[in-house]
Design a protein around this ligand. Structure first.
Ligand code: RIB
Length: 306
């Protein structure tokens, strides 16, 4: 098994409108889609579409959304043998608004995702025995994710944590992380300031590395990506693409990053893979459907634009 993803699986109910509503306001939208999502399963689908053997460990409910999302993920080439059907909790869902500038706001109802416990950790262990990269996020209980991170660390598996949704984390978490990949608001939740420039991102990365993360990648959205590790630092400028929907761009990034690491590419090249994967995801609507394929990623890396 190349890449193991321990995390969330959601059904996304997504509306498109000229702008995001203000509190108390009713807006007319353009359109609505129901598509599979969830930060964990989006990352798993990105990794599989980009060509790495990928297993996803998580939970769905015994309900219509669960019966729809699981086969979709499987059809993308993800090994879902580690997914459990939870009789006591509903499949998680996300209510998403996207505006004409491709910005989004998301509310998640966690359901089965937040029921992950030590039994799910145990289901993850066999896959970790032969994995190169573990992908984690924060839509499932932190305790379970950290147990998986510890097991991965003991097996020499590279641990990548996407600290999303944003929440402050204790230092013990950072010490189990090889690569931390916050976006701007997730960086602010850890360091107390919003990085707007590569210089801000460098300042934040130093703080996070001092707290225990081995490498830090700060995703600055349309402004590019800053990375820093003990081997050096760098900045990847953004790829030029037409943005229609930024939902799951960060998930595509982590899928691309993981596949490059799995293939033995050095960190600067892996960050470029992540940036290209994220850029492709913003060119089309929806979370999981927007995850990129290998051929288009290689084309973007070569030509710099789509
Ligand atoms: O990162 C995007 C994802 O966040 C969406 O698919 C939604 O399900 C939420 O989890």
């Amino acid at each position: 098994m190349g890449i193991v993803v321990f995390g969330s699986i959601n059904m996304d109910l997504t509306t498109y409108a000229p702008r995001l509503p203000r509190p108390g306001e009713t807006l007319f939208g353009h359109s609505f889609i129901t598509v599979p999502g969830g930060k964990g399963s989006n990352q798993a689908v990105a990794a599989a579409r980009l060509g790495a053997p990928t297993r996803f460990i998580g939970r769905i409910g015994d309900d219509a959304f669960g019966r729809e999302v699981l086969p979709t993920i499987q059809q993308q080439g993800v090994d879902v043998s580690g997914v459990m059907v939870d009789k006591d909790h509903a499949t998680a869902l996300a209510v998403i608004s996207v505006d004409d500038q491709a910005e989004n706001a998301i509310i998640v109802i966690s359901g089965a995702n937040m029921a992950l416990d030590q039994t799910d950790v145990a289901r993850c262990l066999p896959a970790l025995d032969t994995a190169q990269v573990l992908l984690l996020q924060l839509e499932v209980p932190l305790e379970a994710s950290m147990a998986v991170a510890q097991a991965a660390r003991e097996r020499g598996v590279t641990v990548v944590l996407d600290p999303a949704p944003a929440r402050p984390l204790p230092d013990e978490v950072f010490s189990l992380v090889d690569i931390l990949t916050p976006n701007e608001v997730e960086t602010e939740a850890q360091v107390g300031f919003l990085p707007n420039t590569p210089e801000d991102a460098a300042r934040a990365a130093s703080v996070l590395r001092a707290r225990g993360a081995k490498a830090v990648i700060v995703k600055l959205g349309a402004r590019g990506v800053y990375y820093e590790s003990s081997s050096g630092s760098g900045f990847i400028p953004p790829f030029r693409v037409k943005a229609v929907d930024s939902v799951a761009a960060g998930d595509a990034f982590n899928g691309g990053l993981a596949v490059a690491l799995y293939e033995g590419k050095p960190l600067p090249e892996a960050v470029r893979w992540g940036a290209a994967a994220g850029a492709l995801a913003v060119t089309r609507p929806g979370a999981m459907p927007s995850m990129p394929y290998r051929e288009e990623l290689e084309r973007l890396l070569k030509e710099g634009t789509v």
